[in-house]
Design a protein around this ligand. Sequence first.
Ligand code: PA5
Length: 462
Amino acid sequence: MLRYSCINTDIKIIGEENGLNLEEEFNNYSAKIADIIRGLNQRKDKPGEWLQWMNLGYNEETVWYVKEFASLVEGRFDNILVLGIGGSTLGGLAVTEAVLKPYWNLLTKEQRNNYPRIFFLDNIDPDSINGILEILDLKKTLVNVITKSGDTAETMSQFMVIKDLMEKTLGDDYRKNIIATTDKKMGILRQLADQEGYKIFYVPDDIGGRFSVFSSIGLVPFALVGLDIEKIINGIKDIDLELKNTDIHQNIAAQGALIHYLMDTKKGKNITVLMPYSSRLKYIPDWYVQLIAESLGKAYNRDGEKVNTGLTPVKAVGASDQHTKLQLLNEGPNDKLTTFIRVGEFDSTINIPKIFEYTGIGYLGGNTLNNLMDAEADSTRVSLADYQRPSITITIDRIDEYHIAQLLYMLEVQTAITGELYNINTFDQPGVEQVKNYVYALMGRAGFEGSANSLQEKMTTV
Ligand code: PA5
């Protein structure tokens, strides 16, 4: 289970000007929060509500199907190459980086228990694509192309480049080295995969990219590198029960949502910093950035009023970022709410040897890197409070499939509740779609000629 502390957002710790009277606010909002949680759970199966991610903890059929495929291909590939962008890759990257052994791709096959290396091609940078192609033997690579919509320009162009090379390298057999994860009915990838005979995994309806990490979008790559996807599902199932609790005093996602909302609307703190004290968790803030930015950055509320809401998400990793961002967090504008993620127990313990005792660093000897990490996190938390800066601390017992799934799922629920408090549609992304359409127009996609002309014109002035 997750341990949660929001005391450092309270007036008792950080004062009237910057803190919230938590007891009072929880009581004031308890009915509204209960309504929101009830509402989300009532609407979750309704088509068009984009809440199917709330059912992913109960998706035993997909888990079975994915595990069966993973065991069929076990031992056949040295590499998994994931093609995608945004919500189609960020969750996969965050979870594999956290749960797999550190430096996974640099380990020997034996050290990886014969599971493949995994690479995420989450951009279209020609240099890095060339770079990865120099590393990978395509004959021993399983490509997982992931796009929910089935036609995102970045992903499909990555795919066209790689597919062409695979065909040249493997001949007709290349099809056995490609799997597609996409929508059941719509999209070009769906059609192509059928025509070409690739193995397909479907993304359930009504799940947006940033809420899709526990659908087949994440589960397939996880299973292919040996993660226990049943533990993932169990983690979500267990925490989902707690997060269905309509009592804000018992529901940490609701508390986090209300605190973020009130810190913005009452205290002018509209920047949300996510700061894990663990290098293995370093991509979780990247995933969180998308979750928060796309979900809460909206022009209009549900009543059609122009609101331009949004929290600005910021990534930090402890202890490293104590030496980059901490000065700003402590002494810059008091407009941020920091969420620390702590790890109860690291997999390893490293003793700092008792050497150089006669020097100024002698005091470190006899400690462990583990208690140094704890001291760093505690010091940062206390020092933020000294400067009257609010923070929340979430502690996971250890880094594994179960706890990471709980953490990410809790942040998803927190975001959904936050969106309801702002009275916005958390699950659309018109601002992203607009740029996707501009790119289609500029790249000559049929049907976008009109916007291409007006875009060309605008580009000369803007
Ligand atoms: O959250 C979202 O919906 C987006 O970030 C998408 O994940 C991203 O645009 C990729 O879309 P798709 O999976 O359709 O290729």
